[in-house]
Structures are given as C-alpha cells and as structure tokens.
Design a protein around this ligand. Structure first.
Ligand code: SAH
Length: 217
C-alpha cells in the first residue's frame, strides 16, 4: 500500500471513529505495519496479514479507544500479543508510558524490536504471565489497565483490579456489545462499577465492537 493510500484510509477511519491523531502518527503506523508483516513472515504473530485489514482491525481498532485512554500517565496492556492496542495508543499519545505483557517470548521480542525501530520512548515489553500477583510476576501497576481479546469479561474483571493503581481504571475492549445491565452485573460481582460503555463499528468492515471502563465501586 503506498503512503497516500495509507494516509487516506487512516484519515477516513479516524474520522469515522471520531478520533483525532497527530500528523506523525500515519508514517509511524505505516512503519509498524512494515515491521509486523516482515516479522510475521518468519514468526506467527497475527492471523491478520492483509494490509487494509491490519490497518482496520489492529491499528484503527486500537485508536478507537483513545477517548478512554487519553489523559492517563501510564497504561498496562495485558495479553498484548503483537502489541495491540498498546503500541498504536502510545504512537498517538507521546506522553503515555506503556507496559505490554505477554506469555509468548517471540511476541514480546517483536514489541521490543518494533518500539526500538520506531524510536518509541516509554514502551516496555515484558515476558510474563499475569495471574493476579503483580509483585511476584514483576508486572508494574498502571493508572489504566487495558486488554483486547484476552479473556472473557467476567474473568478479566476478576484479574484486572490487582494491576490498577489506586483511583485507576480498567478498560475492556469487547467484541459484540453487551447490554448495560449485563456490564453492571459483571462489575458488581467484582466490587466494580461501570464508568462508561460505548459501542462502535470498525469503519471499513462494519464489525461491531464495544469499549467499557470500570473502576472500584
Ligand atoms: N491483545 C492482542 C492479542 C490478543 S490474543 C490483540 O488484541 O491483538 C491473547 C494474548 O494473550 C496472546 O498473545 C497470549 O499469548 C496472551 N496471554 C494469554 N494468557 C496470558 C496471561 N495470563 N498473561 C499474559 N499474556 C497472556
């Protein structure tokens, strides 16, 4: 995909999602795509390999949650895989410190290599398994904890609070939207409350997504 087409698709995707990104974000994401596809030819990082699909399902879906993350000083992305949503969010938010955790060494190796190649300060890749004991696991707590396609909501809300700083929040990126009552019930089970919930659609495929934010009750 040439630079102009990438920039046009990114701009139209961001417009459809209602998010704004700086001018340097496009070139950096394009570079990230190059690194991802280069690595993916050798090590299996993602099943999504068509460029337009990478742009939509990895990059734009990550940027879609900018409203939920903007303003935080630190972000912890658990089960980050090839770096989603943490790396695109850091590219769009230069002041954000991001720790990305995965149990698969080659995925963490990619995260580190991509951050170095893009010159991203404040990105840390951590090879660890999150099981609820951050100190023991060497995983730092953050103001905002996020995960995409990591666990079902109930399990995620059981695990997540241990990794959040006091006053922080837990962000869940969900597939199909869940009714408000369902979110509230899952939150209450874990002594959490729903701060916000927002459904959106990916701009090219129309695929349905939801982002929900939780805090201690
Ligand atoms: N968030 C990425 C990857 C989702 S796949 C994306 O949306 O594209 C889920 C990832 O979680 C896998 O890479 C898997 O290796 C990792 N994972 C599974 N259990 C984990 C755990 N307990 N701690 C850290 N990572 C875990």
């Amino acid at each position: 995909m040439d630079n102009t087409r990438f920039a046009d698709l990114l701009a139209s995707g961001c417009r459809a999602l209602g998010v704004q990104v700086g001018e340097d974000v496009g070139p950096r994401l394009q570079r990230l795509m190059g690194e991802l596809l280069k690595w993916n030819a050798k090590v299996n990082l993602t099943a999504i390999t068509a460029e337009e699909e990478v742009l939509e399902k990895h990059f734009l879906d990550s940027l879609a949650v900018l409203p939920e993350v903007t303003g935080a000083a630190s972000l912890l992305d658990l089960g980050a895989g090839a770096g989603f949503p943490g790396i695109p969010l850091r590219i769009a938010l230069p002041g954000l410190g991001v720790t990305l955790v995965d149990t698969v060494g080659k995925k963490v190796a990619f995260i580190k290599a991509a951050a170095a190649s893009l010159g991203l300060q404040g990105v840390r890749g951590l090879h660890a398994r999150a099981e609820g004991s951050p100190e023991k696991e060497g995983i730092p707590r953050a103001e905002v904890l996020i995960a995409r396609a990591f666990m079902d909501l109930s399990d995620w809300l059981a695990l997540a609070p241990a990794y959040v700083e006091p006053g922080g929040r837990v962000v869940a990126m969900l597939g199909k939207a869940q009714p408000d009552a369902e979110l509230a019930a899952r939150a209450a089970e874990r002594q959490l409350r729903v701060v916000s919930a927002r459904a959106y659609r990916l701009p090219f495929s129309g695929a349905e997504r939801q982002v929900a934010v939780f805090a201690k009750a």
